[in-house]
Design a binder for this molecule. Structure first.
Ligand SMILES: Nc1nc2c(c(=O)[nH]1)N[C@H]1C(S)=C(S)[C@@H](COP(=O)(O)O)O[C@H]1N2
Ligand SMILES: [Mo]
Length: 493
């Protein structure tokens, strides 16, 4: 029998769309979806120079790039499979359904291997197989007669319309599945009144500058940075934390035991070492958890270096003193820690870049010799001191000829003493107004400055940290130790 490559490609494309839709309907945007299974491998295999160049040029949007690539790979694999069985079926004149069955089995196995999730894999495979079957029948029994071309087109349009409807429905169902996967059923946080008081206290320090985040970032606008494109969905009943390795007495805690430890509420900032100097990956939250110190005392570690392991395959490494004021956090801004930020628990360590603050943490492992974590293997410096920065996030025209500029300043545990603003490109400097500091060792601080201006001018901002050290003027790229320099912006008049 003759082979119809173009018509086979058409059916293969529709089968692919149906498969990817069906799989999404069941899995949602989670690891159970084939695209994210592939994404993990793509991220793992991407060479460090490419990862670092992407962070530098695209920042957070870099995610879109590898997600798009993973989607393309998934489509190529499924499309190639569907096309292959259709062509082979025609070539060898196989009875219909043989190819559909084969495609279904292979797609199911492929998806299962990539995601470990049976149900979404079956729905994906069955959706793909169904369209392959339709293709097999259509290719085996082409419409004949004078209206053949018209009949073909009508069938094609019908099939595409059905596929589009199926995709739309899958998208809707899949979004619900995504939302459901993010939901958490855990005991609400204790000491509700204390938390509310602390949140109110933070809100009271807000300078309320248009375009500048409040002192404590709401959960929805607190940045996220992950090596994966969807958070792992962990079950608190199966989760546990161990402190082990070079310790005298290994410690193991399950979720209930963690929640039964002494409670601490703490304002603490996180900032990603990969962010632009004036980037948005810097936020403060109010965290609830238990101090790591007493747990470490129980373990009595001998090793001088630490590895933190997490359920998403992430590892952070650093030397032991960082842990001294560590917190095992299970709450954020009065909520049970959201999945995006590490549910069931994450470690927070004052004075460290965001990347050491491991989410979905499972093991604290003490070792005798330094080892390399996920980002260290890619060339980043795990113990680089946090650079001092004053960000310029808002330039507001107040309408009466005056201008308001503002943002947040941060210097890790050194704190912020002063922020200086220049409105003449750095010739002269004025002290900015500072928000009352949040009571915390490692927090961001809002600043604001208002002035009159008639002409176009350049605003420059710089901070002085708690040790009296002025923010370095010398610009530096984020790789490998964090961005430095002064933020400048031309204001047009
Ligand atoms: N398990 C795990 N922990 C992690 C990461 C990760 O990818 N996996 N990313 C790190 C990085 S690079 C940063 S900047 C912070 C971001 O924390 P957030 O997403 O809660 O803001 O988490 C850190 N902890
Ligand atoms: Mo980061």
């Amino acid at each position: 029998m003759s082979v119809h490559p173009r018509r086979s490609a058409f059916f293969a494309a529709v089968a692919t769309a149906a498969g990817l839709s069906g799989g999404f309907a069941f899995a949602g945007w989670t690891r159970r979806y084939i695209v994210l299974g592939i994404d993990r491998i793509v991220v793992d295999l991407t060479p460090a120079p490419v990862v670092n160049a992407t962070i530098r040029t695209l920042g957070e949007r870099g995610h879109l790039l590898h997600v798009a690539l993973s989607l393309a790979i998934a489509a190529a694999l499924l499309g190639g499979l569907a096309f292959g069985v259709l062509v082979i079926g025609q070539h060898f004149d196989l009875p219909p359904l043989i190819g559909a069955l084969g495609a279904t089995v292979v797609a199911a196995v492929l998806s299962l291997v990539l995601t470990g999730a049976a149900a979404p894999s079956l729905v994906l495979a069955a959706s793909l197989g169904a369209v392959v079957a339709i293709g097999e029948y259509a290719l085996a029994a082409p419409v004949r007669g004078p209206d053949a071309a018209d009949g073909d087109r009508r069938r094609a349009v019908g099939l595409v319309s059905a596929a589009v409807a199926y995709a739309g429905l899958s998208l809707a169902i899949g979004s619900t599945a995504t939302r459901r996967s993010r939901a958490i059923e855990a005991e609400p946080l204790p000491e509700r009144e204390t938390i509310d008081d602390l949140l109110a206290e933070a809100a009271a320090t807000d300078l309320e500058i248009d375009g500048v985040e409040p002192p404590v970032s709401p959960i929805g606008s607190f940045y996220t940075v992950d090596i994966n494109s969807a958070p792992p969905v962990l079950d608190e009943a199966e989760w546990g934390l161990t402190i082990r390795g070079a310790v005298e007495e290994p410690v193991a805690l399950d979720y209930d035991q963690l929640r039964a430890q002494p409670v601490e509420h703490r304002y603490e900032a996180l900032r990603c070492i990969g962010e632009d100097l004036n980037g948005e990956q810097m936020d403060t939250a109010l965290w609830t958890g238990t101090p790591l110190g007493p747990l470490l005392e129980r373990a009595n570690p001998g090793g001088e270096y630490v590895e933190l392991h997490a359920a998403d395959g992430y590892v952070a490494t650093f030397s032991r003193p960082y842990l001294e004021y560590g917190l095992v956090a299970y709450g954020m801004n009065g909520q049970v820690l959201p999945r995006e930020h590490g549910y069931p628990a994450r470690i927070l360590m004052p004075g460290s870049w965001g990347k050491l603050n491991v989410k979905w943490v499972t093991d604290v492992v003490f070792v005798e010799e330094p080892t390399e974590g996920y980002w260290e293997q890619r060339g980043w410096n795990s113990e680089a001191p946090i650079t001092t920065v004053a960000k310029l996030h808002a330039v507001n025209d107040l309408g009466d000829g005056s201008i308001e500029v503002g943002g947040h300043a941060y210097a890790g545990t050194r704190g912020i003493d002063r922020v200086e603003v220049s409105t003449d490109g750095g010739e002269t400097w004025t002290d900015a107004e500072l928000a009352e500091p949040l009571p915390g060792r490692d927090v961001t601080r809002q600043w604001r400055h208002r002035y009159a201006a008639d002409d176009t001018h350049e605003v420059v901002v710089r901070a002085v940290d708690g040790t009296g050290q002025l923010q370095t003027e010398q610009p530096r790229d984020q790789f490998p130790s964090g961005a430095a320099g002064w933020v400048r912006r031309t204001v047009e008049r």
